[in-house]
Design a protein around this ligand. Sequence first.
Ligand SMILES: [Mg+2]
Length: 223
Amino acid sequence: MQKEVAPSFSNYDYIIFDLDNTLYHRGKPIKERMSLLRKALSMSKKVFFLTNSAARTRAQIQGIFLNEGIELALSHIITGNELIEAYTKEKGLNRPYIVGSAHITSLGNSREKPDVVVVTYLPVLKTEVLDDLKKLRDSVDELICVDKSAYLPTDGKVRCGSYWLVKAVEDALGKECTLLGKPSTYPAKLLPPDVGKKPTLVIGDSSSDEAFAKKINAEFMAV
Ligand SMILES: [Mg+2]
């Protein structure tokens, strides 16, 4: 009997892939997962891609897979950038001070009188930035981040996640950070409203993907 290599995607109305370390690693497609992705795309029109990272734009992510001959719908890719844009728009925040890198076209990076501090990812946090943030204690309304994971296990190696960075900024500002990325359910706001109400499968590599799946009433497949 032939061994089944992938779940029966036809059972699900929605399939949501994580990206980092699920479909690519450091911007390079994970070759052995491409058949899983192709199978999902061939069986469903409702395949979405969800990453907490704000390091790449949707178009850059699309480009990673175009090199493999796979075209992802741009509007089905949701990154940390879309989460930040949606949240700041919803709350009427328009002067962000961004700690880390982000690709947010609708907003600038406001060093003068910011109304929100946005934390993405940085490998090194300079003390000047922390000193800057301490001065903003009383003027900033909100502190948001796209990821808060303590570490990222990849290929048996452990890399630092964003937890330390978020914690340092929280301490400097004296404010608690609102998490927009998984495992918070905020990303579901950018997905069709019946995701999780109709059979949904989340495919990912981390405990935050699994926790997100559980919260939105989806099944989870670990890769
Ligand atoms: Mg991942």
